[in-house]
Design a protein around this ligand. Structure first.
Ligand code: NI
Length: 131
């Protein structure tokens, strides 16, 4: 973690891997992560934590399985959305997106329960910036 100012554009330019978040900084026991995404993630659930998304560029869609049924939220650049703990969700970005995520350090990108992880999805608690 840096004690110098960080810049989102430089952080995003420092890696190319998709669905593989980098930890930008920490706030108390939370990570601020950035990620590049394209195509589909997987259905998964975080049993004990909400998950915050801010779309920095592109468009993210998140399908949600809620008690009332399944729906999809469409999040263009600048949109903020929080997936509540315990809600099964699947992010996808047909044309790609860049994201900022805020969630407790140690939170697995594929949740506590998930469907089979395909090769293009990284199951990680976030990589250090610059790795
Ligand atoms: Ni999630």
């Amino acid at each position: 973690m840096s004690n110098e100012p960080l810049f989102l554009d430089k952080a995003l330019a420092s890696f190319d891997a998709l669905w593989s978040p980098r930890v930008l900084t920490r706030v108390n026991d939370y990570d601020v992560r950035v990620a590049k995404v394209r195509g589909e993630h997987i259905w998964h659930v975080h049993d004990d934590t909400d998950e915050f998304f801010l779309v920095l560029d592109g468009e993210l869609r998140i399908s949600l399985r809620e008690p009332a049924g399944e729906r999809t939220v469409v999040l263009p650049r600048g949109a903020v959305f929080t997936v509540p703990r315990g809600t099964e969700h699947k992010p996808y970005a047909p044309s790609g997106a860049e994201l900022l995520l805020f969630e407790p350090s140690g939170t697995l990108s594929v949740g506590d329960r998930h469907e089979e992880i395909p090769g293009h999805v990284d199951a990680t608690t976030g990589h250090p910036l610059g790795s």
